[in-house]
Structures are given as structure tokens and as C-alpha cells.
Design a protein around this ligand. Structure first.
Ligand code: SAH
Length: 205
């Protein structure tokens, strides 16, 4: 997967390449899709959600420029695959998922892989996780029409956030946001298509 889909594209950060080789993506996909676990595509994980394409996971991780000291907030745990990639490089990951059953499954896979630096909760990620803010890095893995204000507030000075911005069911742009004091710098990186970031807690989904 890494040789054919990641390294031949524009992923050059050695720590990202190493981690993409190490994390077993087959553990994060549904049993019935296991034979497709290392294919170049997003896959359904139930509840109309998807595990992201491996290349997009690598691209977003590289764009965040993680340090071993980074504290990361992730919105949209989904399968937990991106969470595992982040937690293998950064100091700690705080991951929020709005669908309880997906979070339960992600938690059990992540604990079976012995991660101890991942903290999760079921709630609306648009509100962030104030008790643990500020975060050095924020990654949103569902598409939003705007930059949720709480997330921008909870981003540390000199922090970076990556988020797909655009209308639901349309192509969105992955936007990298850097916070430098009062200056907010936005850079469009890649056209993408993510499931929508929902606006309300819907634990019964
Ligand atoms: N990174 C995940 C991608 C999952 S898809 C993976 O590769 O597996 C996006 C996820 O965002 C879905 O699981 C969806 O339920 C979740 N989500 C959507 N809106 C949300 C919100 N407001 N707060 C938290 N999670 C949300």
C-alpha cells in the first residue's frame, strides 16, 4: 500500500511513511471489507460513514507537521485509523466522535493495539474539548461549511489545523489553517470529498 499509493505520490515525511507501514488498516475496516483493507479507497464502516482513503490520511498527517510533543485534537474518530496514525507520532490525541457505536468499535481496536496516549469522547466535535485545550494541532475528518469557531479558539498559538471546507455532497477543499497570534493564515491544499460534519449530537444514530 505504502509503496504503490503513498510514496509515489507526494508523501515524503519519513515519520508518516514509517507509521503508514506499521498500522494494520485491516483491523479498522469491517470484516466483510478486509480483503480491500489496503486498497486505494475509502470504505464504508457502517452508519453511512467511511474510513478515509490511505493517501488522504497520510496527506493530512504530513500537512499537520506533527512533533513528538504535539497534543492533537481530532474531530471524527470514525474507525480510529487516523487516530492511530496520529497517536504513533504525536504525544497525545484527543478524539471526538458523534456516533457512539462507531466510537465503541474504534476504542476496542485502539486498545487492542495497546495505545495509551489516546483519549476519546462521544459528543459534537464542533464544540472541541475545552478542558484539554489549547491543542497544537487540530484535524477534522468530516466536511464543514465553516471553520467551527470553538476549534479556532482552542488552537494554540503557532498551531495548525487541517479541515475539509465546502458544501455537503460537493467537492470540498482541504484547508490548512495556521494561527500566528491574531493572524489566521489559510491555505487550500487538495480537493477532497468527505462525509459531512453534523451539527447536532445524535448519539442514537
Ligand atoms: N478519520 C476517520 C474518518 C471517519 S468519517 C477514519 O478514517 O475512519 C468522519 C467521522 O466524523 C464519522 O465517523 C462521523 O460520525 C464523524 N462526525 C461527523 N460529524 C461529527 C461531529 N459534529 N462531531 C464528531 N464527529 C463527527
Amino acid at each position: 500500500m505504502v509503496d504503490v499509493q503513498i510514496s509515489v505520490r507526494d508523501i515524503i515525511d519519513p515519520s508518516v511513511i514509517q507509521v503508514m507501514k506499521k498500522i494494520p488498516r485491516d483491523r479498522f475496516v469491517l470484516e466483510k471489507h478486509r480483503d480491500l483493507a489496503y486498497s486505494d479507497q475509502a470504505l464504508p464502516i457502517g452508519k453511512s460513514q467511511t474510513i478515509s482513503q490511505p493517501y488522504v490520511v497520510a496527506f493530512m498527517t504530513q500537512a499537520l507537521d506533527l512533533k513528538s510533543s504535539s497534543r492533537v485534537l481530532e474531530i471524527g474518530s470514525g474507525s480510529g485509523y487516523q487516530t492511530a496514525v496520529l497517536a504513533s507520532i504525536a504525544q497525545s490525541v484527543y478524539s471526538i466522535e458523534v456516533i457512539q457505536s462507531l466510537l465503541d468499535r474504534a476504542r476496542s481496536v485502539l486498545s487492542s493495539l495497546n495505545f495509551t496516549n489516546i483519549h476519546t469522547k462521544c459528543s459534537d466535535g464542533r464544540q472541541g474539548w475545552k478542558e484539554h485545550a489549547p491543542f497544537d494541532r487540530i484535524i477534522v475528518t468530516a466536511a464543514s461549511e465553516d471553520i467551527p469557531p470553538a476549534l479556532l479558539d482552542q488552537l494554540a498559538n503557532n498551531g495548525k489545523m487541517i479541515i475539509p471546507i465546502g458544501r455537503q455532497h460537493w467537492s470540498q477543499d482541504l484547508v490548512l489553517i495556521s494561527k500566528q497570534g491574531k493572524r489566521i493564515i489559510k491555505e487550500k491544499l487538495l480537493p477532497v470529498r468527505f462525509v459531512p460534519l453534523v451539527k447536532k449530537t445524535s448519539e442514537k444514530i
